[in-house]
Design a protein around this ligand. Structure first.
Ligand code: DLL
Length: 434
């Protein structure tokens, strides 16, 4: 009998017993933070909270938030709660500004993380007989090793390709009979395009599914990847500060990502006021680590824009679902006072049958913000007359206007002229000097 790694006792637990478990883990975690991390002792003292005041998850809202700045200010190991000899791994997320964020794991933490990644693979239908091709980068980034350990924990065979050399990726997918592909959605689309360019019929390769995350992606992008690679594409979410990939994952319903809330307690807050928002309302996602030893963060503000849904899922899982993240508060462009997410633009393009190869160029001309959307033409459009191309650009600009509520200039550019990404895609060029 194949082990599918499905854990109904946790993933389908009744909410009341889950709450009990969460409350018990929260109490232990707050006590440990207070005793072992001077930063948290000071923060809790300042807030007038003693560990024994925190009795259940209902008390979480009384706790202070932790931010990326707190991690940077205590760079590299200031928030760690265990001595060095208990650590078995260090990762870091690249900082575009300031210090990178350094995170550490004990053996137990690696186990927790691998458990989340294994649940994600299992929910996507991966079994012990499958070959899992990992094209996330290996290194300080958590993508590669995260899915690697998850696949091993499940009992599948890992093919640790890492990112880069896309034609070789395709060759391996085909020759090694990979069944699941793990990479960013933008790289999955690029691998799909490369298969097409190499004349490989994806119906003839063994690939059944993909676990794609590390960046926001739209439903249109999902359709594009599913068609290109002839697979089922699932979303996986995570962040280095909390664990890495596998904090939450999609099931076959593809209607929200189940959070491993036995390890990571989620909340949605109003990013301006810090107030906790009810199910269904979009706001900033916040996590409290209740099952981790080395870096147990309290109410960590992810900057991801999301909503929660506690209804039982049709798949049988009771674990709360988070919506596919819209993007990050710091990815959000404010153009002429209007909030714009790259995912909204991707939605319009893919709805019009275009592949999601685009960049957004933002500028400020005479004190007015301008947005230009550069989109690749399809090869068929490329042979169209200039007049036709202008018509398509105008039509697309009108569609963008209805979704974004601001005007944007659309420029169709040659097929394959926009750089492809092997990791997280860079889609924004902001030339404003603000
Ligand atoms: O991106 C971990 C990861 C690796 C997740 C592989 C999934 C797959 P960081 O580099 O620390 O960690 O970046 C974390 O990436 O706060 C989100 O803004 C974004 N992100 C991650 N997964 C998703 C997703 C990894 N599925 C940051 N949808 C997070 C949208 C995502 N955004």
């Amino acid at each position: 009998m194949e082990n599918h790694y499905f854990q109904p006792e946790v993933e389908c637990a009744d909410r009341e017993s889950l709450r009990e478990l969460q409350s018990q883990r929260l109490r232990e975690m707050i006590k440990r933070c207070y005793e072992k991390v001077p930063f948290y002792r000071k923060k809790l003292d300042e807030a007038g909270i003693k560990p024994e005041d925190i009795k259940s998850v209902d008390d979480i809202k009384r706790l202070p938030f932790t931010t990326k700045t707190d991690l940077r200010d205590n760079y590299p190991y200031g928030l760690f709660a265990v001595p060095r000899e208990e650590l078995i791994r260090i990762h870091a997320s690249s900082g575009t500004t300031g210090n990178p964020t350094v995170v550490g794991y004990t053996r137990h933490d690696i186990d927790v993380w691998a458990d989340g990644a294994a649940r994600a693979l299992a929910a996507a239908g991966c079994t012990t007989s499958d070959f899992v091709h990992v094209s996330y980068g290996y290194g300080l980034f958590t993508g590669g090793l995260g899915l690697h350990y998850g696949a091993e924990k499940l009992g599948a065979a890992v093919i640790p390709v890492s990112s880069g050399n896309t034609q070789r990726q395709v060759q391996i997918l085909k020759d090694f009979g990979s069944n699941f592909l793990c990479c960013t959605p933008s790289y999955a689309a690029y691998i799909g395009e490369t298969c097409r360019d190499m004349g490989i019929d994806t119906k003839e390769i063994a690939l059944r599914g993909g676990i794609f995350g590390a960046e926001a992606w739209s439903e249109g992008m999902r359709e594009n990847i599913e068609k290109l690679l002839n697979i089922n594409a699932y979303d996986i979410y995570g962040l280095s500060e909390i664990a890495g990939p596998g904090v939450s994952y999609e099931c076959p319903e593809k209607n929200g990502l189940h959070v491993c809330e036995d390890y990571f307690y989620p909340e949605i807050i109003n990013p301006e006021t810090g107030e906790v928002l009810p199910d269904g309302e979009y706001g900033e996602l916040v996590f409290t680590c209740i099952g981790k030893e080395a870096l147990p963060l309290i109410r960590y503000r992810t900057r991801d824009i999301c909503a929660l849904n506690h209804e039982k899922c049709a798949c049988g899982r009771t674990l709360v679902r988070m919506a596919k993240p819209h993007g990050r508060t710091d990815d959000m462009l404010v153009i002429r006072g209007v909030n714009v997410f790259p995912s909204q633009i991707e939605f319009v393009l893919t709805n019009m049958g275009l592949e999601p190869n685009y960049v957004l160029v933002v500028d400020r001309v005479h004190n007015l913000d301008t947005l230009e959307v550069k989109v690749e033409m399809t090869p068929e459009m490329f042979s169209d007359s200039v007049k036709n191309i202008e018509n398509i650009e105008r039509h697309m600009a009108a569609k963008l206007h209805t979704v974004l509520n601001i005007s944007a200039k659309v420029t169709l550019v040659e097929p394959k002229s926009i750089a492809r990404s092997e990791g997280k895609a860079q889609r924004i060029i902001d030339n404003r000097k603000i």
